[in-house]
Design a protein around this ligand. Structure first.
Ligand code: 2AM
Ligand code: CA
Ligand code: CA
Ligand code: CA
Length: 285
């Protein structure tokens, strides 16, 4: 299936309109009552709004584009099957990124929608209905905030950088805990400051507009990053896997994002810190 630029434009224009409508539902939920349930862990929460918004988005897109594919966070959780990416236009949807923020009425939360064509990121939308900020990108055409071009920051020195950290592995094995604490210590000392806002997609959007100089996150899922990765790249930045040579959208385990220079510096810092941590663990046992 070959999609040309006009097709992609039409897809994204339609998705933007739909996202604005979904944003109205989002705002109702943010201010009002919601049903909160735990998924596999007691800290892993979902609300009726996550499900409602994902359904509105998938149904709307499917009706307009019946031959497209869909990967949504809550849908994937319901069928308990690992999603696979095909060459078909595929919408990768996080109906609410930052569910815990949403539940607590902490306004760093958004709808995130990425589009791949032939397995390549081709479009992205991140919308925070509370601030009415919509970040968009189409491959090769730049990144925008409410229609105005955005760029990643010009800070290339770690010691001048404000860095977002989202560490999920901390909760898992003792090995990943040691690695994470090592990185936290290294990044705090190497940088000007750190932030933890609780939404991977918002953090990527802030890196794209230069409000954050860089970020490091781990244990991510495709829907956390699909839109944000394209928006950061189109804003002139880089998204690197800190473990692998190549960033893999379906396995975005540990990433660093920033302008290209700073992203490389963070990646190196993480690789070196992890080596030190592993050596320390060996001498301890
Ligand atoms: P969510 O709100 O869509 O679940 C919070 O630190 C960020 O991490 C959010 O982007 C959140 O997405 C995501 N997140 C939530 N649970 C996670 C988990 N178990 N592993 C990794 N990331 C998670
Ligand atoms: Ca979730
Ligand atoms: Ca998410
Ligand atoms: Ca979510």
């Amino acid at each position: 299936i070959m999609s040309n630029e006009i097709d992609i434009r039409n897809y994204i224009e339609f998705a933007k309109e739909l996202t604005l409508k979904a944003g109205e539902i989002f705002k109702c939920g943010f201010e009002g009552q919601k049903i909160v349930e735990a998924k596999e862990h007691e800290w892993d929460l979902v609300t009726d709004y996550d499900k409602k918004i994902e359904k509105v988005l998938i149904t709307g897109l499917k009706t307009k584009f019946p031959d497209h594919e869909f990967i949504g966070e809550e849908d994937t959780a319901a069928v308990k099957k690992e999603p696979v990416l095909t060459d078909k236009p595929t919408w990768i949807i996080d109906p609410i990124d930052g569910t815990l923020n949403f539940i607590n009425s902490f306004p760093q939360t958004c709808i995130s929608i990425g589009l791949t064509i032939c397995k390549e990121l081709s479009g992205g939308i991140i919308y925070n209905p509370l601030s009415d900020e919509m970040y968009t990108a189409i491959k090769g055409q730049g990144a925008f905030l409410n229609g105005k071009p955005i760029r990643t920051s010009c800070v290339t020195e770690l010691k001048k950088a404000l860095i977002e950290l989202e560490f999920f592995s901390l909760r898992f094995s003792s090995k990943s805990r040691d690695l994470v604490l090592g990185r936290l210590d290294a990044i705090v000392h190497a940088s000007r400051g750190i932030r933890h806002i609780g939404s991977a997609a918002m953090a990527l959007a802030y890196v794209a507009k230069g409000a954050l100089d860089s970020l490091h996150m781990d244990r991510l899922q495709p829907w956390d990053v699909a839109a944000g990765v394209l928006i950061v790249r189109e804003a002139g930045g880089a998204v690197l896997d800190t473990k692998e040579e190549q960033f893999n959208l379906m396995k975005p385990n540990t990433i660093a994002a920033a302008n290209c220079t700073l992203a490389m510096e963070i990646k190196e810092l993480i690789i070196n810190t992890d080596l030190k941590t592993m050596r320390k663990r060996l001498t301890r046992t």
